[in-house]
Ligand binder design. Structure first.
Ligand code: IPE
Ligand code: IPE
Ligand code: MG
Length: 223
């Protein structure tokens, strides 16, 4: 069983446009898929589940769409995600939360605090996250600490400190790129690309990816 699965949840906007709906309707539907797939992943025994929900670049989208995304974050971090906390899942935000309004920052801080003893799994949600910004931040913190710069010490200052690297990254929505997601952590991650638009992604497709993962030969540069 892979310990850590990460997902680039792409295709919400196209899902909505295909239905002549505003893009934000796609994000709303995408949250439903997120809640169901995250629950399923933890039930399958995944220990770390990470999703890319909002990139450092996504904040330059039209204000109407950014506001809709911030509203969804406010709504779900104060309600739906509490079910994960109740079942012992630690909720962890990756990224620079200072971008968000104060009340949203308070909600994110609160859920992290309330769930920090959770030992049934870790649910990482990347919000205003970019891997290059994450690496630059880590190196700054490392230099300030006076520690030697090594592969391991850099890891310890990333948002994913003390977590295993992802075994799997799934990207839905048809594009074949990482879009600034987990660049340091994904050195030996198995990549899976699906044409399914995120709101249509199913537990069944998730399980199919797990089966394919077992057929991959992870050599880590060895023979
Ligand atoms: C991914 O869906 C969710 C976010 C980036 C917030 P998109 O909004 O990128 O959907 P497409 O790629 O335009 O279809
Ligand atoms: C990546 O999707 C970010 C998230 C899924 C949150 P984008 O839609 O922003 O990526 P690009 O623009 O296609 O690279
Ligand atoms: Mg996209």
């Amino acid at each position: 069983m892979p310990q850590h699965i990460a997902v680039i949840m792409d295709g919400n906007g196209r899902w909505a446009t295909k239905r002549a709906l505003p893009r934000k309707a796609g994000h709303k539907e995408g949250v439903k898929t997120l809640l169901s797939i995250a629950r399923h992943a933890f039930e399958r025994g995944v220990r770390y589940f990470t999703v890319y929900a909002f990139s450092t670049e996504n904040k330059f989208r039209p204000a109407d769409e950014v506001n809709a995304l911030v509203d969804l974050i406010r709504e779900h971090f104060s309600r739906s995600f509490n079910d994960f906390v109740k079942s012992g899942i630690r909720v962890n935000v990756l990224g620079d939360r200072q971008f968000f309004p104060d009340d949203v920052i308070a909600i994110l801080d609160k859920i992290e605090n309330e769930s920090k003893e959770g030992d049934k799994g870790t649910f990482n949600i990347a919000l205003n996250y970019g891997a290059r910004a994450e690496i630059a931040r880590a190196i700054n913190l490392l230099v300030q600490s006076g520690e030697e710069v090594t592969e391991q010490s850099i890891s310890r200052y990333l948002y994913t400190a003390n977590q295993p690297d992802p075994d799997i990254i799934i990207r839905t929505g048809g594009e074949k790129r990482l879009s600034n997601f987990l660049l340091y952590q994904s050195a030996y991650t198995e990549l899976f690309f699906s044409d399914t638009l995120w709101p249509d992604f199913s537990k069944n497709e998730f399980d199919e990816i797990l089966v394919k993962f077992h057929d991959r030969n992870r050599r880590y540069g060895k023979v």
